[in-house]
Design a protein around this ligand. Sequence first.
Ligand code: AMP
Ligand code: GLY
Length: 410
Amino acid sequence: MKTLVVGPGGREHALALALSQDPAVTEVHAAPGNPGMTGVAALHDVDAMDGEAVADLAERLDIDLVVVGPEAPLVAGVADAVRARGIACFGPTQAAAQLEGSKAFAKDVMQAAGVPTARAIVCTTRDEAAAALDEFGPPYVVKDDALAAGKGVVVGNDRAAALEHAAACHRVVIEEYLDGPEVSLFAITDGTTVYPLQPAQDFKRIFDGDQGANTGGMGAYTPLPWAPEHLVEEVRATVLEPTVREMARRGTPFAGLLYAGLALTSKGLRVVEFNARFGDPETQPLLALLDSPLAALLQGAATGTLHEVPSPVWRPGAAVAVVLASKGYPETSSSGDVISLGGAERLDGVHVIHAGTAMSGGDLVTAGGRVLAVVATGDTVAAARDAAYAGVAHVEFEGAQHRTDIAKGI
Ligand code: AMP
Ligand code: GLY
């Protein structure tokens, strides 16, 4: 099977790596990919946001399966452009990707499907926002309705800051605060059959102890030894299947990766958000433990034949990813700082997954906020964590920042 991974980041590197290890896959291509992928994929300088250009490339390479990684091309309809050429594509339609593209749409679907989530009010004016903030009280939760790479959400006790964020956005969702630990639970679906993956946990804030601004994710691990025993079954029955059914009922079936961001609150589980694609960085540790061939699962989802593919099987043990970000992230980012991997990529059981990297005059340099992730496996979360941080210690670049408490104490 010839495959094409669309997107530039860490999730796409992890997907390309897993596809390259699948015996059924003969070729892995990436558009545009990143320098970390050169060993596992052929890179093509094609804009991931340009559906026609991606479809042209897939046709020219005679690709059997296109995998669209990030949300922005999905929301822009890149998967539709590929499918219009008769090429199988993993990733929802533009219409179904609204589950991530609009928080107000996602709330509407959840309400119709009876999926547990925070009570919410959609606001377009400052007065509406002020009233909604006072209705729910602190801590305040204000979400930009549009895509914001994980950075459009303000959570905190500062009412003035919450109101300022609301006023700066075109439309916001203001909602009740959810307490309790967060879990990322992904499911591969063809619009009918739903295969949940192993639960993972992501660390969203920039600083240790969950302090500072929200980011796209500074680290992740899987599995969650502390999770309630029947969590996956409960999420399947109360969140994933009702959502997939509701999307089909609306005539916009969701096929691809349904990402349920959950809070395990004192009142039970609640959906914090849906995403329409693999999470980043959770995908990096998840795929490090996936024992099933990845291509068959993605192709089954892309072609409506997932029921013919065995459900995913996991290796025992655990995996941990620690993200290194560039100077200034998440408010800004720094480019062109020379990166030394220091041999981290050659350590046993360790992968260096690139995200915001580039080549410049023969040097590997930073080219974005989240630069790379060191991913390691081990018999336990603690062992995987030790191995990941041993890898992190080898990596150097000017202004590098990383959290020191990813998967700590698990
Ligand atoms: P989202 O983009 O909706 O995932 O929000 C980003 C992050 O903000 C989440 O991962 C949570 O850490 C936090 N967050 C979002 N919604 C809530 C909420 N209702 N209560 C508490 N924290 C939230
Ligand atoms: N790690 C969070 C996300 O992918 O949205």
